[in-house]
Write a protein that binds this ligand. Structure first.
Ligand code: FE2
Length: 287
């Protein structure tokens, strides 16, 4: 249950930090599960994703779209050399795992549901939450790249905007290892970009291409307008889908693993042009 002060802070800043939201044992269980999923992942299956020919693009888009209703590992850029060989061990080369762990994986499912999370969702205004996606963000040492300024509403568009991000630190996040940076109050600005499906009958993508479209030229914040969220493992950061945020590269010698959930309000219209569609997997809330 959020206090009135916490709710007011979320409304004012577009962001709320809840340290100690998850117990150490829950965090350890999900972290170990993520490492096991990576261990079980056949790295050879994906090499094509990073080549540049048409067939590779088709494979890449198809793999991404299918992950809406599955569990898939995605590599960091720079994970392969020019000959398509991994430049480091597999566990140190994965960017993220997505996007339906919260429904399909028993450990992630347990982590992603329950009365505490349902109460937070209600406290930030989600009346009928629908959890569309889950991601383990690995941010491995050295290779874990920068994530540029963006708004999560660009990826999960509803009318009116309703997406909320739930970001859980599975390891301590610091400036050194690429913690989140947010622009407090920035959620009152416009949605700048929209990522989604466009018809593409002439491409190798099976009739669907994914593009990023500029909606508004408002500049992204500068770092002096932003604050770093250095948080210990177990912290939950809840943020408005319009809140600009980014993270720096991981320059440390340790990973910065996080888990995210994104939910929209079922009262808002979910766009059929969003990349993420779930034609067969039923949606549920946090209960
Ligand atoms: Fe994000």
């Amino acid at each position: 249950m959020l206090t009135p002060h916490q709710q007011a802070q979320y409304q004012a800043e577009g962001c709320l930090v809840l340290p100690g939201f998850k117990r150490a044992a829950e965090v350890a269980a999900l972290r170990e599960r993520a490492l096991a999923l990576i261990d079980a992942f056949d790295a050879g299956r994906h090499r094509a994703v990073f080549a540049t020919d048409d067939q590779a693009r088709k494979t890449s888009t198809a793999t991404f779209l299918a992950s809406a209703e599955g569990i898939e590992c995605f590599f960091e850029e720079g994970a392969f050399d020019g000959d398509g060989r991994l430049v480091r061990d597999k566990a140190g080369a994965i960017n993220k795992i997505g996007h339906a762990l919260h429904d399909l994986d028993p450990v992630a499912r347990a982590f992603s549901h329950g009365p505490a999370l349902a109460a937070v969702a209600a406290g930030v205004g989600l009346v009928a939450p629908q959890v569309w996606q889950s991601m383990v963000i690995c941010k491995p040492p050295a290779i874990g790249g920068e994530v540029h300024w963006h708004q999560d509403a660009s990826f999960l568009h509803t009318a009116p905007e309703s997406v909320v991000g739930f970001w859980f630190a599975l390891e301590d996040a610091t400036r050194d290892n690429g913690c989140l940076w947010v622009q407090p109050g920035g959620h009152r600005g416009p949605l700048r970009e929209r990522f989604g499906r466009v018809p593409s009958p002439t491409t190798a993508d099976g009739g669907v291409a994914l593009t990023m479209q500029t909606l508004d030229a408002t500049p992204w914040p500068t770092l002096d307008q932003a604050v770093p969220l250095e948080v210990p493992a177990g912290t939950l950061v809840v943020f408005d889908g319009l809140l600009p945020h980014c993270s720096a590269p991981n320059r440390s010698d340790r990973s910065r693993m996080a888990y995210t959930l994104h939910a929209t309000d079922g009262r808002a219209a979910y766009s059929p042009l969003n990349w993420l569609q779930r034609p067969t997997l039923p949606l549920r809330g946090f209960d």
